[in-house]
Design a protein around this ligand. Structure first.
Ligand code: ADP
Length: 486
């Protein structure tokens, strides 16, 4: 155990199939490293199609009894899981900070956020109602029931190692489905600890399975080709999401996809600039800019552009880069070398075309994964940074003149996950709120995620909604029963 946990039982380095902790068939493993220090943390099984196939069979076998339980029985186990997660908050946060890099306070916040989905769906699972629909014939009755869709595959990313799993699995489990999880290769330790807690909470064998691998492709191929899996829920890159959607078409699986974003953050000239700065800091620099709802393009109206840039620079200057385990640090490392190279390339491209780095612009330390929080001014839409997701602590400031311009620029992307804007004029708030082609709009607000609200995108940002009363819809099928001969 390279990480000192209070509860050593949370140190799990095996996959979990049919209630047992297992190695890969080949005995092969892959390394999990700390992105801040490069320290080797653990080796976990490098699994493939055969183990995934067994996990799917286990989930299928467990489905019959799990779906037959009452919603309340399932809810009681989910509630126990929630309580155990919260009791283990400090250990889970430490695991997360070490394998993912985010500061401890943020990691601890993610544990609470991740656990909140378990608590929420434990309750929602009891309210999966059907209908009695006024009938088309006097001797007939129309009834609908919602039934669990079946075995669910969940493929998750590294930026929220816990919450992306609970957001998918909690509604699936509450609805009576069983699951096979494929966590991101960068962050399997939090995921495995989470499954360990589920085991303690009393989920029967086979209900929750987890398979790990250094590359997702082989497991993904089995999860999408296997006809037993009836639903794929994926969060990750647009490229992989499109591939998985294509793969799912052969067996016509239901898919939920939460893919890339290119969030505009619009500051109108009637905005409260201090509030806009606070919102931009929260939205842009959380998790060092590595969330799919992070502000990607900051669009500022010309009359307040200089004032906003100055205030933002003052606030960004106070961010502290360093090890997530150290007190007072607000910016951890990026996840790996590839991630930091991409951010560097985007900044270089912008600067070479005339943008100016008024703050930052390069790595905090050479050869490390730490990038200095950056502000670019004079950014224009012909630069790569206008159309590509940055996934790093870089705020590019674009200038616009009219409300129409802002809306046109904001919608000029194939993505449509989150958008933000700051304004006080009520007419403008309604107009812009309705015109933005996004699934989520933060109005005078930079933090929009909560288990109580529907999270999801339009256009190429995805399909489906997670969280809220709508979050179970993706894991049930509506069955219509026509009762005749009355
Ligand atoms: P990111 O660029 O954020 O790492 P990815 O889409 O590559 O996003 O990864 C998200 C998740 O998808 C991870 O769990 C990863 O292992 C998995 N993944 C990557 N490629 C594939 C694939 N071909 N099939 C299935 N899963 C994949």
């Amino acid at each position: 155990m390279t990480i000192q946990l209070t509860d050593s039982g949370l140190w799990q380095t095996h996959g979990h199939i049919d209630g047992k902790w297992v190695a890969s068939d080949s005995g092969k493993t892959f390394a999990v490293v700390d992105p801040a220090t490069g320290e080797h943390l653990a080796d976990v099984p490098d699994m493939g199609a055969a183990e995934t196939n067994r996990a799917i069979d286990a989930a299928n076998a467990a489905l019959l009894t799990w779906r037959a339980k009452t919603a309340k029985e399932r809810a009681n186990i989910l509630r126990k899981w929630f309580d155990l997660c919260m009791a283990a908050q400090a250990d889970l946060a430490l695991l997360m900070t070490r394998e993912q890099g985010k500061p401890l306070a943020e990691a601890s916040g993610e544990v609470a956020y991740g656990a909140s989905f378990i608590e929420w769906f434990a309750e929602e699972g009891k309210r999966i109602y059907g209908d009695v629909i006024p009938s088309h014939g006097a001797d007939k009755r129309i009834i609908t029931v919602k039934q669990p869709i079946g075995v669910v595959a969940a493929i998750t990313p590294w930026n929220f190692p816990m919450a992306m799993i609970t957001r998918k699995c909690a509604p699936a489990l509450a609805a009576g489905c069983t699951v096979v999880i494929k966590p991101a290769e960068d962050t399997p330790l939090t995921a495995l600890a989470l499954v360990g807690l589920a085991k303690r909470a009393g989920f029967p064998d086979g209900v929750i399975n987890i398979v790990t691998a250094s590359h997702g492709a082989e497991i993904g191929a089995e999860l999408t080709a296997n006809p037993i899996v009836r639903k794929l829920s994926f969060t990750g890159s647009t490229q992989v999401g499109k591939l998985l959607m294509r793969q799912c078409s052969d067996t016509v699986k239901k898919v939920s996809l939460e893919l890339g974003g290119n969030a505009p953050f619009i500051v109108f000239d009637d905005a409260d600039l201090d509030a806009a700065v606070a919102g931009a800091i929260a939205s842009k620099y959380r998790n060092a800019g590595q969330t799919c709802v992070c502000a990607n393009r900051i669009l500022v109206q010309e009359g307040v552009y200089d004032a906003f840039a100055a205030k933002l620079a003052e606030a960004v200057g106070k961010l502290r880069v360093g090890l997530g385990t150290e007190k007072g640090i607000t910016q951890g490392p990026l996840i790996n070398a590839k991630a930091i190279e991409k951010v560097e390339a985007l900044v270089e491209d912008a600067v070479s075309r005339g943008a100016k780095a008024v703050l930052g612009g390069d790595r905090a330390k050479p050869d490390s994964n730490f990038f200095t929080p950056t502000i670019l001014t004079g950014v224009t839409s012909n630069m790569r940074i206008f159309s590509e997701e940055i996934f790093g602590p870089v705020a590019p400031l674009f200038k616009f003149s009219s409300e129409e311009d802002a809306i046109r620029m904001a919608n000029d992307t194939p993505f449509g996950l989150a958008a933000y804007f700051y304004a006080r004029d009520i007419g403008r708030i309604w107009r812009v709120g309705e015109a933005l082609e996004y699934g989520i709009v933060g109005i005078n607000e930079g933090i929009i995620s909560t288990e109580a609200a529907p999270f999801g995108g339009v256009k190429e940002s995805g399909i489906g909604r997670e969280g809220s009363k709508y979050g179970v819809d993706d894991f049930v099928e509506i069955k219509y029963m026509c009762l005749g001969g009355l």
